[in-house]
Ligand binder design. Structure first.
Ligand SMILES: *[C@@H]1O[C@H](CO)[C@@H](O)[C@H](O)[C@H]1NC(C)=O
Ligand SMILES: *[C@@H]1O[C@H](CO)[C@@H](O)[C@H](O)[C@H]1NC(C)=O
Ligand SMILES: *[C@@H]1O[C@H](CO)[C@@H](O)[C@H](O)[C@H]1NC(C)=O
Ligand SMILES: *[C@@H]1O[C@H](CO)[C@@H](O)[C@H](O)[C@H]1NC(C)=O
Length: 497
């Protein structure tokens, strides 16, 4: 069973990777390096290739990464305390006596002999409670028939009966996050080396996505002691602003100096730039402090209209109209949400969606509410609701197209699944750039800076034409995402949280 599944996975992924050119891979690498910021940890390209079996578990490297995370958690929880006081009891020291009887592979035992248990039952990460108790190692795997090849190495913080966690396949020496047994039943999962998963968790602390803080200091953030979840942080704003600026420069660089408009020449002087939306307008709009507000006030205003095919920059008047007409759904006006912002149209096109005859386009994916429709919605790039507790990543973005994609069968989500669905037509309008499932944490919307980075590569590599009005081509340009030769340029990174 395990072998058939592994063979299926390998076949699936190799045939797809074969089509990917180096350009896109190095683009992904750039984002990863930015986010990982793990200079201290040597890594190889193969760490980021899914479903490539490893001959063995590098238990020493994994234990180093594991213990680093435990230490960061302890330090954050115990500010000012001397780290040498920290208990470094390993899993094997605590459970080894009982675990001797268990059918654990040698390399996993070696790992468990080195991997420290967080003190006081602190959570290992926000979503993983920690290394499984001996009684939890095969939770749910019997039901699925994977108990001979897999263990639930880390249990998820979700304590429901169907909860699983980070699964380690000791035949392939690869791991994948499956919050529940239902997620693990899917065959299309992308498995990575254990060290990759651990590097991802470490990078989440580096990027400030999760921060270890003492009890009571988590403010109103979701807290899984000692980890506080950050809906967005300075790093997210900086990445988005930097990548947006890079995109503008990439566009300008493709226009010969003689052909540059006066506004472009002015933009090249950093002192003459203005923000995308001025503070006065943001204030007048009553826009709450949020990722969106910080982005709009810090990103420079491009000296042209089109930042991508058919997508224009937000203007003060358009944004004011948008806010004035914004329909607040019941779910957003719930008092537990700290603001009333539904998803906001950041880069609008001039086209709206129209349901095809005999079909209805559910607005669930965009608005989160199955009672809504996409019919009449303006197509363009949306930023997700800034209402915290509703979106885990408030720097998430969604591209809503005016036509369905996927009929050619090439367009892919980050997890290599085809875009669109034969059953839910609205997904054909909304799936582009989305990640689908994620191999390391719960899935979420694609992050805005990842979209900008992809756009920049489209400009730099000459796929999109530009003039002094910005990117040319109009909305029809998005059909390229389902093109036999070009689809891969639109596929987002799978090896990222
Ligand atoms: C669409 O609906 C109309 C009536 O509303 C019906 O006559 C037609 O057969 C339907 N077409 C399809 C493809 O279902
Ligand atoms: C929607 O996507 C599915 C799956 O990719 C595809 O089979 C179907 O043809 C698409 N439908 C349209 C109308 O593009
Ligand atoms: C997360 O994954 C599930 C299953 O693949 C999917 O139904 C859901 O839409 C995804 N959510 C996001 C935000 O991508
Ligand atoms: C919509 O925008 C496209 C460029 O994306 C432009 O060619 C077209 O004329 C515009 N249509 C209207 C009605 O403004």
């Amino acid at each position: 069973m395990g072998q058939i599944r592994a063979a299926f996975l390998a076949l699936f992924i190799f045939s797809a990777i074969g089509a990917i050119l180096l350009e896109s891979v190095s683009g992904h690498m750039q984002t990863r390096l930015q986010l990982l910021n793990v200079h201290d940890y040597e890594f190889q390209h193969s760490d980021f290739e899914p479903n490539v079996a490893r001959p063995h578990l590098d238990y020493e490297r994994c234990a180093r990464l594991h213990n680093k995370i435990v230490e960061i958690g302890w330090r954050g929880y115990n500010p000012g305390k001397d780290p040498s006081l920290r208990s470094s009891q390993t899993w094997w020291e605590r459970y080894g006596e009982d675990a001797k009887k268990l059918p654990l592979p040698i390399s996993v035992i070696e790992f468990l002999k080195l991997a420290e248990l967080p003190e006081d039952d602190l959570s290992f990460t926000f979503q993983l409670r920690g290394l499984s108790h001996p009684s939890e190692l095969w939770n749910g795997l019997q039901e699925l028939g994977y108990e001979a090849t897999e263990i639930v190495l880390y249990s998820s913080a979700n304590r429901e009966s169907q909860g699983m966690g980070l699964i380690f396949n000791h035949e392939l020496n690869l791991a994948v996050y499956s919050p529940t047994i239902f997620d693990h039943a899917r065959n299309e999962a992308l498995l990575y080396p254990l060290e990759t998963a651990l590097m991802m968790y470490l990078s989440m602390t580096n990027a400030g996505k999760i921060a270890a803080v003492p009890e009571g200091k988590q403010e109103d953030k979701p807290y899984s002691t000692p980890w506080a979840w950050q809906y967005y942080g300075e790093m997210d704003v900086k990445f988005a602003v930097d990548e947006f600026t890079n995109l503008i420069h990439a566009i300008i660089n493709r226009i010969s100096p003689e052909e540059r408009s006066n506004s472009i020449k002015e933009f090249l002087d950093p002192n003459k730039r203005s923000p995308l939306i001025d503070t006065g307008t943001l204030h007048a709009l009553n826009m709450p402090t949020s990722f969106l507000r910080l982005f709009l006030s810090r990103a420079p205003k491009p000296p042209f209209s089109f930042v991508a095919p058919g997508l224009t920059i937000p203007t003060r008047s358009a944004l004011s109209r948008l806010f004035a007409s914004m329909r607040v759904f019941d779910m957003y006006s719930d008092s537990t949400f700290n603001s009333l912002l539904p998803p906001t149209l950041l880069f609008p096109s001039n086209l709206t969606l129209t349901s095809p005859p005999n079909a209805s386009l559910s607005g669930a994916f965009l608005f989160g509410d199955p009672q809504t429709t996409l019919d009449g919605v303006t197509s363009g790039l949306y930023i997700v609701s800034q209402s915290e507790h509703y979106e885990p990543f408030t720097n998430g973005a969604k591209l809503i197209l005016p036509f369905p994609l996927g009929a050619n069968g090439f367009a892919k989500k980050a997890n290599w699944q085809p875009i669109g669905s034969q059953f839910v037509l609205s997904q054909n309008y909304t799936d582009l750039y989305q990640m689908g499932s994620n191999s390391f944490i719960e899935n979420h919307s694609i992050m805005l800076h990842q979209v900008f980075q992809s756009w920049r590569l489209m400009v730099e590599q000459g796929v999109w034409d530009v003039d002094d009005n910005g990117v040319q081509g109009g909305m029809e340009g998005w059909r390229l995402a389902d093109d036999e030769k070009q689809w891969w340029r639109f596929k987002m990174d799978d090896a990222l949280w």
